[in-house]
Design a protein around this ligand. Structure first.
Ligand SMILES: [Cu+2]
Length: 220
């Protein structure tokens, strides 16, 4: 669930990313506390107590050095493998995704749906389905940022980037913000879209209605 600490988790990927975050946070917190406690303990315990005191002449300790090299190396490998696993999962194509084109403009988001419907700053996502975003930009670099999915991808002119999401159906009816997170000019702060999670049938109905209206207004 969302709280003041982290946003709501709309997808399984969001849970995975948060799991990774908490794992890294736990590891660094443990070692931070360990090192600080040892530092303060040693400062107090081995402080100079006599005048002109000379410390022991230590040249090294192979066993200790081996351990403090191997343990951090192993932890880094574990973090690396877990991260790479999630990165690949986010970019591996699902079988039959609903493809939504995302185009960054100065200063709004354009979304193009499979049946040709075109909206500005109005992103609709069917829950329970694999939705792929094909992301690009019409002018400068923008950043397509879906915090509740824990996904971010730059929108680059002349290049297409992708990721996909599968939103859990219990979030149908909820609305979230779709900000641009790359500073893209004076209108950057106003570049915020809205994303609405819909049921599959509502999504298809909305697409059909929108299609009719858009073809009427374009006079074709
Ligand atoms: Cu932007």
């Amino acid at each position: 669930m969302g709280n003041s600490w982290l946003p709501v988790q709309l997808t399984q990927m969001a849970h995975n990313v948060d799991g990774l975050f908490y794992f890294v946070l736990a590891v660094v917190t443990f070692f931070f506390v360990l090192v600080e406690v040892l530092l303060i303990t040693f400062l107090v315990r081995y402080r100079r107590t006599k005048r002109n005191q000379v410390g022991a002449n230590v040249h090294g300790n192979n066993k200790l050095e081996f351990v403090w090299t191997l343990v951090p190396a192993l932890i880094l490998v574990i973090m690396g493998v877990a991260s790479v696993h999630d990165v690949y999962a986010a970019q591996t194509q699902p079988a039959k995704p609903v493809v939504i084109q995302v185009i960054g403009h100065e200063w709004y988001w354009e979304f193009k749906y499979p049946n040709g419907v075109d909206t500005h700053n109005d992103l609709r996502i069917p829950a329970g389905e694999d939705v792929r975003f094909d992301i690009t930009s019409q002018d400068v670099i923008h950043g397509f940022y879906l915090a509740p999915m824990r996904m971010q991808q730059d929108a680059l002119p002349g290049r297409e980037t992708q990721f996909w999401v599968d939103v859990e159906p219990k979030y149908v009816g909820q609305t979230f913000l779709v900000p641009c997170d790359q500073f893209c000019g004076p209108g950057h702060p106003t570049m915020v879209g809205h994303m609405t999670i819909m049921s599959e049938s509502d999504f298809n109905q909305w697409l059909a209605t929108e299609k009719q209206q858009q073809s009427k207004s374009s006079g074709s």
